[in-house]
Design a protein around this ligand. Structure first.
Ligand code: ZN
Length: 255
C-alpha cells in the first residue's frame, strides 16, 4: 500500500516551469474525481503513515508549495468544483508581508520568474494573504514551508531560527501546533532534521520520488512533481500504486 503525494506550485493560464496550466490542472482534478480517488487531508495522511488509519486503495495527497496567489485565483475553484482536498505549505513570513496591504492578483504575473521578481516589491499581488487562506480552508489545510524559504526577500534569518519563527506564526494565525514541515527546494540534512525535531516537527516532505508506505517513518515523505496533463497523472498513479514499479521508477528517476 502506497499513497502517492503530488506536488504543485503554480496554476496559471499557460504552463511553464513548476506551473500547470488551468486546463491541465482542471483535467487532472477531473481525472481524480471521475476515477474515485480520495484526496486525503494532511492529518489523514499523517495517521496513515503512522499506521493509525486505513485509507482506500485509491488515495492521494495533493500538495501545493509556497503559497502563490494564483492558487486562490485558479487552483482553489477547480478543487472546490470537484470536491477535492489539498494541503498548502506556506512560507509564513511571505504571508505576513502579503497581508500588510490589500492587493489584487497581478494578471501580469504570468510565470514563476515574474512572481519572483514581484514578490519583494508587491508581495500583496503575488502571494496569498490571511483572508484568502481563511476563505480556502474548506478545501485546503495549511502547513509550514519554513518562515523565509531561505530567500532574503524581506528578512534574513539563520536556518535554526526558521523553526521557532514559523511555529510561532502557525500558532498565532491558524492555532496550529505545527508538526508538518516541507523543506524549501527539498534541501535538508541530518543536522537540520535533528534541529527541526527539537522544535516539535514530526513529519517532513521532500522532493524525492518514491513510495509512502504505512511504516511509521515520517522523516522523508516522497513526492512527485506534477507535470503535463491527465494522461501523465494516470500513468504516474498507475506506476506508484504498485510497489515494484513505484520502487523501480524512483531509482531510475529520483526527481
Ligand atoms: Zn518552495
Amino acid at each position: 500500500m502506497n499513497v502517492p503525494v503530488l506536488m504543485y506550485h503554480h496554476v496559471l493560464p499557460k504552463p511553464g516551469f513548476i506551473t500547470s496550466s488551468i486546463k491541465q490542472f482542471d483535467a487532472q482534478m477531473k481525472f481524480l474525481a471521475d476515477h474515485g480517488y480520495k484526496t486525503l487531508t494532511s492529518e489523514e495522511f499523517y495517521l496513515f503513515k503512522k499506521k493509525k488509519l486505513k485509507v482506500p486503495k485509491k488515495s492521494v495527497l495533493i500538495t501545493f508549495d509556497d503559497g502563490w496567489k494564483d492558487n486562490y485565483v485558479y487552483a482553489y475553484p477547480i478543487l472546490k468544483k470537484y470536491n477535492l482536498k489539498a494541503t498548502l505549505f506556506i512560507v509564513t513570513n511571505w504571508i505576513e508581508e502579503a497581508s500588510k496591504k490589500k492587493g489584487e492578483f497581478d494578471p501580469g504575473a504570468i510565470n514563476h520568474g515574474k512572481c519572483k521578481t514581484e514578490i519583494a516589491i508587491y508581495p500583496e499581488k503575488v502571494v496569498l494573504n490571511w483572508d484568502e487562506i481563511e476563505k480556502m480552508s474548506d478545501v485546503f489545510d495549511y502547513h509550514s514551508h519554513t518562515h523565509t524559504h531561505r530567500d532574503a526577500y524581506f528578512k534574513k534569518c539563520t536556518w535554526n531560527e526558521e523553526f521557532p519563527l514559523t511555529k510561532e506564526v502557525m500558532k498565532r494565525r491558524l492555532g496550529i501546533d505545527e508538526k508538518h514541515l516541507c523543506w524549501p527546494r527539498g534541501y535538508y540534512d541530518e543536522d537540520l532534521l535533528a534541529e527541526a525535531k527539537k522544535h516539535g516537527f514530526e513529519i517532513f516532505y521532500t522532493i524525492e520520488r518514491g513510495l509512502n508506505r504505512p511504516n511509521g517513518n515520517l522523516e522523508r515523505i516522497k513526492r512527485v512533481a506534477a507535470k503535463k496533463d491527465e494522461k501523465w497523472l494516470h500513468k504516474t498513479l498507475r506506476i506508484f500504486s504498485n510497489e515494484l514499479t513505484g520502487k523501480l521508477y524512483s531509482i531510475i528517476k529520483p526527481r
